[in-house]
Design a binder for this molecule. Structure first.
Ligand SMILES: Cc1cc2nc3c(=O)[nH]c(=O)nc-3n(C[C@H](O)[C@H](O)[C@H](O)COP(=O)(O)OP(=O)(O)OC[C@H]3O[C@@H](n4cnc5c(N)ncnc54)[C@H](O)[C@@H]3O)c2cc1C
Length: 567
């Protein structure tokens, strides 16, 4: 049987960046993805990528902004690595041909972003992720990377020593299950924002890799920290990039006046996302919204600038909200955007399961702590994609023990086959349709686990999620075929979302303080004494989701001492 050196699940920026390291080290690298690589959510990123490239900027300032943005719960070793390596990571892509926007003198242009002390966000108009992903995809093709395209990950497999040694995946076109073996496995499957009804995420962001890693024994961390972006379009939740405020857009209420001076007198609209989202929610609750939304006003920027730098957001507003921002303010509201939590890793992507690595949005290495700064996520993908790639290469060349190959169970697919049969054989008369359960789950997350939380709301949320979990045992599909059975695959994705919803609410219930994106109404203050630690969610021997804690990785004697976070 063929055994790849490195198997990467996920062909977004993280996966393709890691693949580049493996291929250029002459290893056998394969990338597995449920959609064509260019349909990964990375392609939707608009605003840009942070790096202290300018001669007047300093990576240490970037690191401080990130630690502060994270509300002093980010892992500082990871944050320092990311900020220090950011300029090179961006220049690597520039060298590979990524068409970043330029200044008159030919240098890479940078714009202001929320929570940053310097305008350090490099961009390619408002289609940055698109430009970056195409650049790395070209490299994957050029180097002949093996792509398992339209393969759906169903299980991470381990050998008798408990080390990750491959996956079980379904070839979507035929429904055939395949065991794909590898010396190392990287989970780069992105986030799970689809667990909320209103979100900015692609349909595919269902956290499959995170949930399956948890089932394979990996720890998850900090799931309670879910980022609500201040400017999702009112009706569809589609994102209007923070880059728009970076270009000078205002937020206004029903009264037509700017309101951010009440909440963040210095940074105003460019305070960090948790602060701006909470401010909007308070304005809406106080009656200064219209139909659950406030407005993003770009009219004063003028038609020429909008057409040159913000063409995509203009088109999105016209197509999905019926508003041309050249003439009218855009209705926006806080919308689930990003999951700070994920598979718990060390600085170089190692998980607690040997041979299993994670990076990008699927992971929690934790560079974002309790709140991610805009444009730090694209950065995370290219820095940690690169470094986890290098670490896997090092592991294979130095530490890998050859005899491990022989020890996988014969019936490694048995439980997967049983699960698929159970769903397909459930009768349509007595079974429950997945769409009904998905609706109930995502509505519960929106209603009970939103921007403002309290014990009562969270407990109600957990109750609803556990009802959905129990009903999922009776879930049925109408399509019983093998070929492109999306009915079945979206049902499996729903199963993953249910597990992550449960772990998210349990993590949120236990964090009795307000920090970053997690606001507990009955505990309005940050409590560093008791809660400056990571929440770990795992599955115990009895199959239950349990919560424990881990210390934050600090550097140099707590160099970044916590202070009150004001903007
Ligand atoms: C609309 C939007 C705009 C954004 N704008 C910015 C921005 O301007 N700046 C910034 O820094 N960040 C931004 N972000 C966040 C950032 O884009 C993402 O966090 C980042 O791109 C995630 O990259 P990734 O490689 O970790 O995962 P993704 O790009 O999400 O890729 C995940 C991959 O995993 C694969 N996969 C998933 N499940 C399975 C499975 N079961 N089987 C096989 N394959 C699977 C998918 O096919 C895909 O290839 C934005 C996010 C959104 C939603």
């Amino acid at each position: 049987m063929k055994i790849h050196d490195i198997l990467i699940v996920g062909a977004g920026l993280t996966g393709l960046r890691a693949a580049f390291e493996g291929i250029t080290a002459d290893l056998d690298v394969a990338v597995l993805t449920k959609v064509h690589p260019l349909r990964s959510h990375s392609c939707a990123a608009q605003g840009g990528v942070n790096a202290a490239i300018d001669k007047d900027d300093d990576w240490r300032d970037h690191a401080y902004d990130t630690v502060k943005g994270a509300d002093f719960i980010g892992d500082e070793d990871s944050i320092e690595l990311m900020c220090k390596e950011a300029p090179q990571a961006v220049l690597d892509l520039d060298d590979l041909g990524c068409p970043f926007s330029r200044n008159e003198d030919g240098s890479i242009a940078q714009r202001a972003f929320g929570g940053a002390s310097f305008a350090r966000t490099a961009y390619a108009a408002d289609r940055t992720g698109h430009a970056m992903l195409h650049t790395l995809w070209e490299q994957a093709i050029k180097h002949g990377t093996h792509i398992y395209q339209e393969y759906h990950l169903l299980k991470i497999i381990k050998n008798k020593l408990g080390h990750a040694c491959g996956v079980v995946a379904m070839e979507i076109a035929t429904g055939k299950l395949e065991v794909i073996r590898a010396k190392t496995v990287l989970i780069a499957t992105g986030g799970y924002g689809r667990v909320y009804k209103a979100n900015t995420n692609a349909m595919i962001n269902t956290g499959d890799g995170i949930a399956l890693a948890m089932k394979a024994g990996a720890n998850l961390a900090d799931l309670e920290f879910v980022q609500f972006h201040p400017t999702g379009l009112k009706t569809s939740g589609i994102l209007i990039s923070e880059g728009v405020r970076g270009e000078g857009a205002y937020l206004i209420g029903k009264d037509g006046k700017r309101f951010m001076s009440k909440y963040a007198p210095n940074k105003l609209e460019l305070a960090s996302r948790d602060v701006v989202s909470r401010s909007e929610a308070m304005e809406i609750m106080a009656g200064n919204g219209v139909d659950g939304a406030v407005f993003l006003d770009v009219r004063h920027l003028g038609r020429d600038l909008i057409l040159e730098r913000l063409p995509q957001i203009r088109q999105l507003s016209i197509d999905f909200e019926g508003v041309d921002p050249v003439d009218k303010p855009i209705p926006v509201r806080p919308t689930c955007h990003y999951t700070m939590g994920g598979i718990r890793t060390e600085k170089l992507g190692q998980t607690n399961v040997k041979g299993l690595y994670s990076a990008g949005e699927a992971s929690c290495t934790s560079v974002h702590g309790a709140n991610r700064l805009g444009a730090n996520s694209l950065l995370e993908t290219i820095v940690f994609g690169k470094f986890v790639g290098k670490e896997m290469v090092r592991f294979i060349k130095q530490d890998y023990i050859q005899q491990e190959d022989l020890t996988v169970d014969e019936d490694v697919c048995k439980d997967t086959v049983e699960l698929l049969n159970k769903i397909k054989n459930q009768s349509s008369e007595s079974g429950i349709r997945p769409a009904i359960l998905r609706e109930k789950l995502t509505e519960a997350m929106n209603k009970f686990v939103g921007v403002f939380r309290n014990e009562e709301l969270l407990a109600q949320g957990l109750e609803k999620i556990l009802e959905v979990k129990a009903d999922f045992e009776k879930v049925c599909v109408d399509d019983k075929s093998d070929c492109f059975n999306t009915d079945l695959l979206t049902t499996l994705e729903l199963g993953n979302l249910i597990l992550l919803a449960e772990a998210t609410v349990k993590s949120a219930l236990e964090r009795k303080e307000s920090r970053g994106a997690h606001t507990r109404e009955e505990y309005p203050a940050r409590d560093d004494e008791n809660y400056r630690k990571h929440t770990i969610a795992s599955i115990n021997d009895k199959g239950h989701v349990v919560i424990s804690y881990e210390p934050v990785r600090l550097v140099n004697n707590d160099r970044y001492k916590p202070v009150e976070r004001v903007y």
